[in-house]
Ligand binder design. Structure first.
Ligand code: MN
Length: 244
């Protein structure tokens, strides 16, 4: 390619990407390391776009569940989090700073800050195109920690099936980047180091609240868990692990 042609091509690519960000269009299948729940310039949190249509994950998760989950449940966590942080010393900080600082006295920020972070991460973790991880470093780390990707899937599914009540199942990395599975009740997150049984950096979370699956699956949580494995965006999970 001649230098002139290269410069023109580069300019077009840059213009294209500025255009895509200006209309809020993000390709969910592109690995990225953008903040999961960024603070706005005003110091508040806003509902992030899914990055795909409500029907994109059909038949695994139905469009009505996705729309209610995003526009009602997640929006409520965002609104209540902003209300709880009003005039609070932690206001304006990112959730990656807020969550580790929480104690058992911070109930509203714990429930709604966890709710916002967990859901923002959940939407980014899903894709209509899912392939079990074969790329380093995540594939190697899964092999080391669980023996095989299939063993990881089995252990994660078992944790999701046996978690009593509402909560989340997590694939996390510890300080040495060793992977482990843990669960949290309600909207707790493994970053809440003063509040959870096992502290770690979450890479992938599964929402096992009934609001995440009841319209389609009713009491069949096992079928919802199996469907989840068909829509994990492993490129995003791999990228989260790489930047640790
Ligand atoms: Mn939820």
């Amino acid at each position: 390619m001649k230098k002139r042609t290269f410069l023109q091509t580069s300019a077009t690519l840059v213009t294209g990407s500025v255009f895509l960000s200006s209309i809020g269009c993000v390709n969910i299948n592109t690995p990225h390391s953008a903040p999961i729940a960024p603070v706005s310039a005003e110091g508040t949190f806003t509902l992030p776009p899914l990055g795909y249509d409500y029907q994109a994950l059909e038949p695994h998760i139905d469009a009505q569940t996705m729309e209610i989950h995003h526009t009602k449940h997640h929006q409520t966590y965002v609104d209540k989090l902003n209300a709880a942080l009003k005039d609070h010393p932690l206001a304006g900080k990112p959730l990656t700073d807020i969550l580790p600082a929480l104690t058992d006295k911070d109930t509203a920020i714990r429930n709604n800050g966890g709710g916002h972070y967990n859901h923002a991460m959940f939407w980014q973790s899903l894709s209509s195109q899912s392939v079990m991880p074969t790329k380093a470093p995540l594939a190697d780390a899964l092999q080391t920690a669980f023996g095989s990707p299939e063993n990881f899937k089995q252990q994660f599914s078992d944790a999701a099936k046996t978690l009593f009540g509402s909560g989340w199942v997590w694939l996390c990395a510890d300080a040495n980047k060793k992977l482990f599975i843990t669960t949290t009740p309600n909207q707790d997150n493994p970053l809440m180091k003063n509040l959870v049984k096992t502290y770690g950096t979450p890479l992938l979370g599964l929402d096992v609240w009934e609001h995440a699956y009841y319209l389609k699956y009713q009491n069949m949580r096992t079928d919802y868990i199996a469907a989840f494995f068909a829509i994990i965006n492993w490129e995003v999970i791999n990228q989260r692990f790489k930047v640790l």
